[in-house]
Every structure is written in structure tokens, then in C-alpha cells.
Write a protein that binds this ligand. Structure first.
Ligand code: FE2
Length: 127
């Protein structure tokens, strides 16, 4: 798994790109965390996910994005899955690598496909 940023993730919307970089770096921190700091890093990551989704949705609302509801649902799905993964982890039923795989593949897929659709719509309106 590669936790480094690549420009393929760029949406060319500055605040979102900045937040996505931070999101990815938190996933990387979880990858690098020791068993004693894992809980703390996951807490930071959960908080950041809330902050980032809210901020992305606010921007989409401002731009009157046509697929806002769909997008909100995708964010909700991630929150739910992440919660259930965290519960399984607490019960000792989940390997760190499984949670990492889930987070990274979600990040890559959502950023390069779902979020990019928003960029397309916004730029086609403005130019
Ligand atoms: Fe998103």
C-alpha cells in the first residue's frame, strides 16, 4: 500500500486538496503508529473525517452541486463503515492491515472518482 500523495489526487480546488492531503497523512500516521499510539491516531482521524466531510459538503452546497445528496450518502456510508470497523477492532476481530486497506482504498476511489465529478461540474459551469 502506498500512503504518499500523488497529483492524481488533485481536484484543483485548494481547500479540498489541502484537506485531502491531511486526510491521507493521517491514514499514513495510523500505518506508522505503534500499538500505544494507535487509538489516539484513530481518534484524530475520526475527527478529521467529520471536519472534512462537513467542509466539502458546505462547499458543494454553495456551488449548488447537482449530486449533493448522493455525495452526502457516500460520506455517510464511510462514517458507518468506519464506525463498524472500529467496533470490530475494539473486539479484537480486525487486523490493522484490514482497516488500513479499507481507509486507503476508500480515499483513493472517492478522491479520484466521486470527488472529481464535483470538480467537473464546477469547472464546466465557470468556464
Ligand atoms: Fe467527498
Amino acid at each position: 500500500m502506498n500512503f504518499d500523495w500523488t497529483d492524481d489526487y488533485l481536484l484543483h480546488i485548494e481547500p479540498i486538496d489541502r484537506e485531502h492531503r491531511r486526510f491521507l497523512s493521517l491514514i499514513k500516521s495510523y500505518h506508522n503508529s505503534s500499538s500505544t499510539s494507535e487509538d489516539l491516531v484513530l481518534k484524530d482521524l475520526s475527527r478529521y473525517i467529520e471536519f472534512h466531510f462537513e467542509s466539502e459538503e458546505r462547499l458543494m452546497e454553495l456551488e449548488a452541486y447537482s449530486k449533493l445528496n448522493e455525495h452526502k450518502l457516500a460520506h455517510l456510508e464511510l462514517r458507518k463503515k468506519f464506525l463498524s470497523y472500529q467496533q470490530q477492532r475494539k473486539m479484537g476481530n480486525l487486523k490493522k492491515s484490514e482497516l488500513l486497506y479499507f481507509l486507503l482504498s476508500w480515499f483513493v476511489q472517492h478522491t479520484t472518482e466521486v470527488d472529481k465529478d464535483f470538480t467537473k461540474e464546477v469547472t464546466s459551469k465557470k468556464y
